[in-house]
Design a protein around this ligand. Sequence first.
Ligand SMILES: [Fe+2]
Ligand SMILES: [Fe+2]
Ligand SMILES: [Fe+2]
Length: 417
Amino acid sequence: MKKLSLRELAVPMIKSIDSFNYLLKSHHRRTAVVSYYIGKKLNLNNTELVELVIAAALHDIGALSVQERDMIVQEDVINPAPHCMMGYRMLASLDVFKNISQIIKHHHIKYQDSLNAEEGEILLQSHIIHLADRVDILVSPNEFITNQKSMVTEKIREKAETTFHPEVFKAFEEVSKADIFWIEMNNLEMEQLLRKIDFGAIDFELTIDDIIEFTLTMSRIIDFRSKFTASHSYTVAHLSSLIGGYFGFSEEKCKKLLIAGYLHDIGKIGIDPRLIEKNGPLNDEEFNLIKLHAYYTGQILNELNTSDWFSEIVTWAERHHEKSDGTGYPFSLDDTSLDEGVKILSCSDIISALMEERPYRESLSVDVAFDIIRDNMSASISPDMFEVIEQHKYEINDLVLQCQAHTFEEYRLGSLQ
Ligand SMILES: [Fe+2]
Ligand SMILES: [Fe+2]
Ligand SMILES: [Fe+2]
């Protein structure tokens, strides 16, 4: 059965990383539009151009907290290295994104400093994104954009040849003379932009393992926003796949559970990370905001529903907080609408969460976690399912601890400079 091409998977993901992003709404889109105009002017070939636009559309995914966001939207970024490195590490494992991750790694490189770098280390696209990014930061949302043309151009000019690559500056100076450049920066939708570029250069039909690799990468964008959730989606994914095996799921269906695990919390991109990190119980208002993430997950993933193969994954992911007695969210579905796949995903979600550290408590042991589930959570994990997983309690424990150890190492390496 036809699965998805890289383009079909990447476009909805890239779009939602911009439009749902609590931390940096529209910044990725606007930087990508400016980069596209400059890249075209510099006559980049198709591959260079598609890599430029995707890198620009994802360049700040390594900025994970409100503090970091506030730092990188200053006119002069004091310490850009951490978010560049984190973004690079998130994407570097994807073969097809090798150059894209390299571009992101250096997207704050000063032209002067690049002269000392090794041959081939700094790609021209990094210089383009650096300038495009600064253009967006200089534009004020409070004044009509074309009124700001000369102010922005002058400020960029002051740093041409020191901070900005001279050829990139020249291309910017040319393309920015026309109003259309500024108008499109404000108005062109990410999807419209992505339609302008030729994905053919890097597009191909994904195998199931490619989809697993790609969605794992997406999961890190969410998980790494807090050290408390750094291993969450990874653990949910692997645990779901293990438990699927206990229920006789085929290898392919277990892989679908793995993907659903990686994607189930993707909607958290739209949630204030301070809520996730809050040191103490959430009040009703805060909990209502957190609950939105399940709805956002559905909104984001429903764009992938064009592929029949994917639709089961989408349904599981968007229903992962439903409960058999109808008290879950966002749909208040009851047992009659919840299949075994979604029950396995919810079950893995709960076990993983209990066994993770939270700001207000230590991680719980598998024995304590299972006691809590048995005594209090029959609407989320039915007694029948509980009986099966309890037989494998120590296997589950080993897997959760392995997943935690593995991801904490990744998280630590991403945070290192
Ligand atoms: Fe940045
Ligand atoms: Fe940026
Ligand atoms: Fe969730």
